[in-house]
Design a protein. Structure first.
Length: 299
């Protein structure tokens, strides 16, 4: 262990030049956080231990009063280590929050949606009469999901601009913060761009990624233009897999569930009420409808 003179010379050479070590000792012991630590452990610290630990105490004292660019995001902490007072660097709140934000973004996969949705938090959502029911339902889902990930999702219906996507972004980020994989996709764009996966043979990989996510959110379903193939072999396959594995699935739509079935009937080349009913049954099995009302926030 280095001597106190060497530590002081490294951190504050002016004090060594002045030979003002006695004053340094007094300043360190008078520091509130040092005093608090010594008081809390007074039955475990003797004079010999204190003398041996002066370099660590002084370095701790300096770090409380002078920022070090090398250790940004960390704070110093005193602890007893056998017969000495030792020093360690632990992440501070800002670093913990920053790391949590990075982890959340890593687990939330936005497909054809604005990156700004990464920043939405449920705690920031304004509670209005038109949103109170859905917010309560989301909180109930989260409480159950934390205990058992196999939960039924929600189908958020309502007119344009009622904040359905925003609410679901808050949910997505909260689940992602738990370390779960979340896929949040805009259905019309996702369906329209499926053909781009033919070029690199990645379609099955993409379908599997969506179908197997810990939480899937299908935004603006009912606004897409469907072919028989995209309805039955893509959307139908994804929803069947999630239903079979009881994986939570959320939807947002400007259509009520009853109207969504009408939408599913008609594809570009045919009308098929049987297959529409079959697909709609999967949606109803996966989610409970909740209406989001209120003013149009896009205005």
């Amino acid at each position: 262990m280095q001597s106190i003179e060497k530590i002081i010379n490294k951190l504050n050479p002016e004090l060594v030049k002045k030979h003002d070590l006695a004053k340094v000792y007094q300043q360190v012991l008078a520091d509130p956080s040092v005093h608090e630590f010594l008081t809390a452990h007074r039955g475990q610290i003797n004079s010999e231990m204190l003398k041996k630990s002066w370099p660590n105490l002084y370095e701790y004292y300096v770090r409380q009063h002078k920022a070090d660019p090398v250790t940004v995001g960390y704070k110093t902490e005193l602890f007893l280590n056998n017969n000495a007072i030792d020093l360690r660097y632990v992440p501070d709140k800002s670093k913990i929050d920053h790391d949590r934000e990075l982890a959340t973004k890593k687990h939330l996969h936005l497909i054809k949606l604005p990156e700004s949705l990464h920043n939405v938090r449920l705690s920031q959502v304004e509670v209005t009469p038109g949103r109170s029911q859905v917010l309560t339902a989301i909180q109930q889902f989260l409480a159950k999901f934390a205990q058992n990930p196999h939960q039924k999702g929600l189908y958020l219906s309502g007119d344009f601009g009622r904040g359905k996507t925003y609410l679901l972004a808050g949910l997505a980020n909260q689940v992602a913060a738990m370390g779960k994989e979340v896929v949040f996709l805009h259905v019309p764009t996702f369906i329209a761009e499926l053909s781009s996966h033919f070029e690199d043979n990645s379609l099955q990989t993409e379908i599997d990624r969506v179908a197997q996510a810990d939480l899937l959110i299908l935004d603006d379903i009912g606004a897409e233009s469907l072919s028989q193939w995209s309805r039955d072999d893509v959307l139908g396959v994804i929803l069947q897999a999630r239903m079979d594995n009881i994986l939570p699935t959320f939807f947002s739509s400007n259509l009520a569930m009853a109207d969504l079935e009408e939408h599913f009937k008609e594809t570009k080349n045919a009308i098929d009420p049987v297959k529409a009913a079959r697909l709609m049954e999967r949606v109803k099995t996966l989610a409970t409808e909740v209406v989001v009302s209120g003013e149009n926030r896009r205005h």
